[in-house]
Design a protein. Structure first.
Length: 203
């Protein structure tokens, strides 16, 4: 039995960068494994959450420039699955060509990728789901893919407001508050709950 406070064996999985996929049908070099995507608005904290999930400080690079990720960045996780960092949506400065490229890449990946086992959907706990969030939710509903809603940046909301924010966002998403994982990359809040929920996609 692990000592109190020690990471669970399910959390001790080595991870490393594999490849950047420029198109939704791009083959991943290596064994065929289930893929778990991480998606959300630009600047919602996907790279930080990926680093929190795998327990590494800089596996995924955290950019100060929203919209910088333009490909599907793939990481292996303990030889059990691939984690796929999806380019963020809702970047206000994106031009028409960039938005069209995003739709072709991300919508094609979410709708057609047969090895996609589940998707971690990141939303900022400080804000209600936006029109872009709701549009992405409709895309997910069409695919009927297993979804894990994850709220980021919890350290920026007071404890007294936390329960209300979770309830409000869960209502918009059409799920129960206890189906949402609350996280903070800065304080590492929710790290183990996140790992357990993500690995449940593979069970």
């Amino acid at each position: 039995m692990a000592a109190p406070g020690a990471p669970s064996p399910r959390g001790l999985l080595l991870s490393d960068y594999v490849v950047s996929m420029p198109r939704p049908d791009y083959p991943i070099p290596g064994p065929v494994l289930p893929e778990i995507a991480l998606a959300g608005r630009s600047n919602v904290g996907k790279s930080s959450l990926l680093n929190l999930l795998v327990g590494r400080k800089a596996l995924a690079r955290v950019s100060a420039t929203p919209g910088k990720t333009r490909a599907l960045n793939v990481f292996t996780w303990g030889g059990r699955c691939y984690l796929v960092d999806v380019p963020g949506y809702g970047w206000s400065k994106a031009g028409r060509q960039d938005r069209a490229a995003w739709r072709a890449l991300v919508e094609g990946y979410v709708r057609d990728r047969t090895t996609l086992a589940g998707l971690v959907w990141l939303l900022d706990i400080r804000h209600d789901p936006s029109a872009d969030d709701r549009a992405f939710g409709r895309l997910l509903a069409e695919r009927r893919l297993p979804i894990l809603p994850v709220l980021t940046k919890a350290d920026q909301v007071t404890r007294s407001r936390r329960e209300g924010r979770v309830a409000t966002i869960a209502q918009v998403l059409g799920c129960a508050p206890d189906e949402v994982v609350v996280t903070s990359a800065r304080t590492r809040e929710g790290q183990e709950a996140l790992r357990e929920a993500v690995l449940a996609f593979l069970d």
